[in-house]
Write a protein that binds this ligand. Structure first.
Ligand code: APR
Length: 170
């Protein structure tokens, strides 16, 4: 059974060479800035039209849609926690974003998935802590489920890439 690869790359997630990409959305699922904006721009209006039918998504959960003009099979939208200092269960909510997104990616038949740094932009989650949570959650999911899916952490900055690369060496 081929082992699943977990790796980090520097780049734009809309161009990631994977089956499925994950969007860092807000609970309305009606688009926004950052990676949400980039994904909607690249996917075109069909993505928003489908998102309107989904009815939103609570923080920590994930929803799957088509990918439209993107070169991917699906987009998985997950809503990360807004960082309020760490006392409001942000870490557990962030970990559940990765777990729930992976569950949907595996269920969709994807063999590879790319994640942006959920909550590390507008939602203010400190990048080092978020990186450790992301790597731990993905490793635990793959170990517990035995799922065969490659996982890319798509980093938009060299800082994030460096943090993922050192976290992946532990
Ligand atoms: N490809 C990969 N990563 C990207 C891209 C891109 N094209 N654009 C931005 N990023 C990175 C940012 O650098 C950041 O590290 O994605 C990470 C997440 O940042 P945000 O997009 O701001 O997402 P988040 O912090 O989860 O905030 C979500 O912002 O865009 C709105 O609608 C969204 O309200 C929601 C909130």
């Amino acid at each position: 059974m081929p082992a699943s690869r977990i790796f980090a790359e520097h780049g734009d997630i809309t161009r990631a060479v994977v089956d499925v990409i994950v969007n860092a959305a807000n609970s309305s699922l009606l688009g926004g800035g950052g990676v949400d904006g980039a994904i909607h721009r690249a996917a075109g209006p069909g993505l928003l039209a489908e998102c309107r039918t989904v009815g939103g998504c609570p923080p920590g959960e994930a929803r799957v849609t088509g990918a439209y003009n993107l070169p991917h099979r699906h987009v998985i939208h997950t809503v990360g926690p807004i960082w309020y200092g760490g006392g409001l269960d942000e870490a557990e909510l962030l970990a559940s974003c990765y777990r729930n997104s992976l569950k949907l990616a595996v269920a969709s038949g994807a063999r590879s998935v790319a994640f942006p740094g959920i909550s590390t932009g507008a939602y203010g989650y400190p990048i080092p802590a978020a990186t450790d949570i992301a790597v731990r959650a993905v490793r635990e999911f793959l170990r517990e489920t035995g799922a065969e899916i490659d996982v890319m952490f798509c980093c938009f900055s060299a800082e994030a890439l460096g943090l993922y690369q050192s976290a992946l060496m532990d």
